[in-house]
Design a protein around this ligand. Structure first.
Ligand SMILES: [Zn+2]
Length: 305
């Protein structure tokens, strides 16, 4: 009986180890020891990070069996342990067209470059369980400042049309102020969500969170929670991504941790993220000159190191 019990325990441990070792996630080939986060002072991610439970994709629900034991013995020696640091996909930040900049034309050209390069276009939500590996060229495209209470700007609708035509999903940053969601905006967002687009919170009032916390440090959590609640109630799905108003990171890490978002999206820094942290800060690049120049800047910034 005792021998049988020992065998069972060994099988269970070996099975769990196998689970960890055969996880489909593969690390970015950068050694973790050489990872350096370079952030501007304004967008610095505090180093003493969250005590909250880190998000994990592991599902250690196993029933040990002799077959597993046999496989585990073969696999343990050949499969490397995945590292916790991942490269951020090249991430583009867009806003509606204005007098100074024709975002629609920019995006049209940018899509052409994506198509030529064979890029993969993802969302933060799809990236959650699928970190970026090797030399593939993953991109994330986000469009900010869509207001739940107003009709979507015609230039943004045009951009959505271009992306749909190309078969690329995007991330839409939605501000939720007010009590009345505009029905057509809700319908459009729901339809896109069903097509695999991601709807992210862009906060409730679009206030700069770093300025807010100087006045009232505890106001960040309710500001974001309100926005998540409104989006969940309007669209039936709770966002997992917060796009920071004005790209401004806050030092109120615990306030953001409490919101339960997985992705916190700013502008500066965040070229890599640490999967052990309660949320992942990632940066983006806005249009910088024409589409080709921006594309090249993005590849340099986010490309494999
Ligand atoms: Zn904004």
């Amino acid at each position: 009986m005792r021998t049988l019990f020992s065998f069972w325990v060994f099988s269970l441990v070996a099975g769990l180890f196998l689970q960890a070792c055969t996880s489909p996630i593969k690390p970015v080939p950068t050694p973790t020891s050489s990872v350096v986060f370079v952030l501007s002072t304004a967008a610095r991610v505090p180093t003493q990070i969250p005590t909250a439970t880190p998000h994990s994709t592991a599902t250690p629900t196993l029933i040990a069996s002799p077959t597993m034991l046999a496989t585990a013995t073969e696999t343990i020696t050949v499969t490397p342990t995945p590292g916790p640091i991942w490269g951020t996909p090249a991430s583009l930040m867009l806003h509606r067209k204005n007098d100074q900049f024709d975002t629609v034309q920019f995006l049209r050209e940018f899509i052409g470059l994506l198509q030529k390069s064979g890029a993969r276009v993802l969302t933060y939500r799809t990236l959650a369980g699928q970190p970026v590996v090797g030399t593939s060229r993953p991109f994330i495209i986000s469009i900010d400042d869509i207001y739940l209470r107003y009709p979507i700007d015609p230039s943004v609708l045009e951009m959505i049309g271009l992306l749909r035509e190309a078969g690329y999903p995007a991330v839409l940053g939605v501000v939720t102020e007010g009590d009345y969601p505009y029905p057509e905006t809700v319908a459009t967002l729901m339809a896109l969500q069903d097509l695999g687009w991601e709807i992210a919170s862009h906060s409730d009032l679009h206030h700069n969170l770093a300025s807010m916390e100087k006045v009232a440090p505890k106001s960040i959590f309710p500001e974001i929670r309100t926005s998540l609640d409104k989006l969940e109630s309007a669209l039936g799905r709770r966002p997992i991504t917060l796009i920071l108003p004005e790209g401004q990171m806050t030092r109120g890490v615990m306030q953001l941790t409490r919101t339960g978002v997985l992705w916190v999206v700013g502008i500066s820094g965040g070229n890599q993220y640490d999967t052990r942290q309660a949320f992942r800060y990632v940066g983006r690049e806005g249009p910088d000159g024409d589409a080709r120049t921006t594309f090249e800047i993005m590849l340099k910034r986010f490309g494999p190191k």
